[in-house]
Design a binder for this molecule. Structure first.
Ligand SMILES: [Zn+2]
Length: 503
C-alpha cells in the first residue's frame, strides 16, 4: 500500500496528477512548466546516492528571479559529504553546457523563434553526443556501487526468467510483449557486461567508445521498459510472471517473479540520467540552468529519545498524549512494553533527510536566502517512510508553508527522530505526531503482525522532462544486438542458456 501527501496514490500509479494543487516559487509561473521540475529534483536526489544501502537523499530548491540565482539544498539521512557536493556541482555545470548547446542549435536552426518549440522540445542535435556520454559516465561512476548492487540482485534472475519463457514458448513463438522483453534483456546484457568488466577490473577504465555503448544501450532499454511496464494497463508484467510461475519462481512458498520490479530496478539509474538530459534539452526549464547556481549541504542532525521501559510508563505516555485515559491504553501499553524493537530505553534517533531539509528551510540562517521563497516540492531518492509522511502532513496542517514529496511507501523504521522546530511549534507537533504515529503504528502492527524493515525504493517518475535515444544510438544498438545473436547462430534460446545458466 502506498500513501501520498496529495490524497491520491502515486507510488503505484506512477503518474502525478497535481492539477488541483498550486506550486508557486518554481522556475516559471506556468503550472505545466512547474510540474516538469518534480522528476528533475527526484533525479538529482537519486544520482546523489553512492553507497550500496542505507543512504537516502532529499533535494530542495530556491530560485531568486530578481538576481537570477538558484540554490540547491541537499540533505542526507546521515551527513552530506564534500564528494557529493563536488559531484553535483560538476554534473550541474555539464548540464548547463548541454543546455547552452541545445539553445545554440535552436537559434542556428531558427527554432528558438518558433512557438511550437516553446511547448515541444525539438530534435536532438548530434553534436552533443559526446557531452551526453560524458555526463552519463560521470553519474554512472559516482553511483556505481549502488548500481552494481541492483545488477547483482536482479539481472541474472531476469535473464533466467526470459530463458524460462523461451524454453516454454520456443524462440519463434513470442508475442509482441514477450519479444520486447527478450530484446530488452539482450540490450541490457550488452551494456551490463561492460559495466561488470569495469567493476571486476577497476584499474582498467572503460574507453569512450565503451561508455558510448553503455549509454546508448541503457537509453534503448529505458525506452523498451517504458512500454513493458505500461502494457495492458500496467498488468502485462504480472500476467506473464504468473503464467510462468511453475517454470520460474522465487521464494518459499513459490512466488511469481517480480518482473516489474526487476525492470524498474535495473533501469532506474539510466532513467534518472535521461530525465536530466531532458532537463537540459527543455527550452521551458532552461532558466534554471542559466541562473547562477549554488549548493548547500544540510548539516547532519540527530535527536536523543528516551522511551518508557514498562507497561505503566507507556500507559502514562498514552494518557499524556490523548489528554485522558482510555480503556484500550492498557492493552496497547502492554504490547508496546513487550516489543523487542524498543528493548533499549535510550536512542540516538536519526532525522530523515526530507524532515531535516524542511527543518533547514524553516530555520533562519542569517543569510540573504532566508527571504527567498522555497519551492514546495522536495526531490527524494526513495519514497518517504510512514513517520515522515505523518510528520510532513502534520506540518502542512499548521497553516504555514507547505511541502510535498512524491509519496510514501508507508513502512516503519526505528529509531526515527523528529526535527526540533522551536518551542512554539514543537509543543503542537510533538503531541500531534506522537498521537498520529502511535495510531498508525498500532494499526500497522495489527494488520501485518510485524514491522517491515526491508528497504525499498520506487522507480522513476516518468512524468516531465523526457528524452529519447537518438537515431544514431538506436542504429548502434540494433547492430550490436544482431552481432550478439549471430554469435549464437541466431538461436535465442542458446544465447539465454549460455548467458543465464543454472537454476
Ligand atoms: Zn522517513
Amino acid at each position: 500500500m502506498t500513501h501520498t501527501f496529495w490524497g491520491f496514490q502515486f507510488g503505484s500509479s506512477r503518474l502525478l496528477d497535481t492539477s488541483s494543487y498550486t506550486f508557486k516559487n518554481g522556475i516559471s509561473p506556468r503550472y505545466a512548466t512547474t510540474v516538469r521540475i518534480f522528476p528533475v529534483l527526484d533525479a538529482l536526489s537519486s544520482i546523489s546516492v553512492s553507497r550500496e544501502k542505507s543512504q537516502v537523499i532529499a533535494v530542495g530548491l530556491q530560485m531568486n528571479h530578481e538576481t537570477n540565482e538558484i540554490r540547491l539544498l541537499i540533505a542526507d539521512n546521515h551527513h552530506v559529504s564534500q564528494a557529493l557536493l563536488h559531484h553535483l556541482n560538476k554534473v550541474w555545470r555539464k548540464l548547463q553546457s548541454l543546455s547552452d548547446r541545445y539553445a545554440e542549435h535552436r537559434v542556428r536552426t531558427g527554432r528558438s523563434e518558433n512557438p511550437q518549440y516553446q511547448v515541444v522540445s525539438p530534435d536532438i542535435p548530434i553534436q552533443v553526443a559526446a557531452l551526453k556520454v560524458e555526463i552519463f559516465r560521470d553519474v554512472y561512476l559516482y553511483s556505481l556501487q549502488k548500481q552494481m548492487r541492483r545488477v547483482d540482485k536482479w539481472f541474472q534472475r531476469l535473464g533466467k526468467f526470459v530463458r524460462a519463457l523461451l524454453e516454454r514458448r520456443g524462440p519463434s513463438n513470442l508475442d509482441d510483449f514477450e519479444q520486447n522483453l527478450s530484446d530488452t534483456v539482450i540490450v541490457l546484457l550488452i551494456a551490463l557486461k561492460l559495466v561488470c568488466k569495469l567493476r571486476d577490473n577497476p584499474e582498467t577504465p572503460l574507453t569512450d567508445t565503451e561508455w558510448a555503448v553503455v549509454c546508448s544501450h541503457s537509453m534503448a532499454a529505458n525506452e523498451n521498459v517504458g512500454g513493458l511496464l505500461a502494457d495492458r494497463n500496467e498488468s502485462g508484467c504480472e500476467i506473464l510472471a504468473e503464467e510462468l510461475k511453475d517454470d520460474f519462481h522465487t521464494g518459499n512458498p513459490p512466488e511469481a517473479f517480480a518482473l516489474r520490479r526487476a525492470l524498474v530496478k535495473l533501469t532506474a539509474l539510466p532513467q534518472h540520467i535521461e530525465t536530466l538530459f531532458g532537463f537540459a534539452h527543455s527550452p521551458r526549464l532552461r532558466p534554471a540552468l542559466q541562473y547562477s547556481m549554488s549548493i548547500v549541504g544540510v548539516p547532519g542532525r540527530c535527536r536523543n529519545a528516551e522511551l518508557p521501559s514498562k507497561q505503566a510508563g507507556w500507559a502514562q505516555f498514552l494518557k499524556t498524549i490523548w489528554g485522558e485515559e482510555h480503556r484500550w491504553h492498557k492493552n496497547v501499553a502492554w504490547e508496546l512494553a513487550g516489543k523487542k524493537w524498543f528493548a533499549a530505553q535510550k536512542y540516538m534517533c536519526m532525522i530523515h533527510c526530507e524532515c531535516k531539509l524542511i527543518h533547514y528551510l524553516e530555520t533562519s540562517h542569517a543569510s540573504r536566502w532566508d527571504n527567498v521563497a522555497r519551492f514546495p516540492y522536495l526531490g527524494v531518492s526513495k519514497l518517504s517512510c510512514g513517520a515522515c509522511r505523518i510528520w510532513i502532513s502534520s506540518f502542512n496542517e499548521l497553516g504555514g508553508r507547505q511541502y510535498y514529496t512524491r509519496g510514501s511507501h508507508d513502512k516503519w523504521y526505528w529509531p526515527w527522530g523528529m526535527p526540533i522546530m522551536g518551542p512554539a511549534l514543537d509543543k503542537v507537533m510533538d503531541k500531534m505526531m506522537a498521537k498520529e504515529v502511535l495510531l498508525a503504528y498500532i494499526s500497522h502492527e495489527r494488520t501485518s503482525g510485524r514491522l517491515r524493515a526491508e528497504s525499498e525504493s520506487t522507480g522513476v517518475s516518468l512524468l516531465g522532462a523526457q528524452h529519447r535515444p537518438s537515431k544514431g544510438q538506436l542504429k548502434q544498438v540494433k547492430a550490436n544486438t544482431l552481432a550478439l545473436r549471430r554469435a549464437f547462430g541466431g538461436d535465442l534460446l542458446l544465447l539465454a542458456r549460455s548467458e543465464f545458466p543454472g537454476a
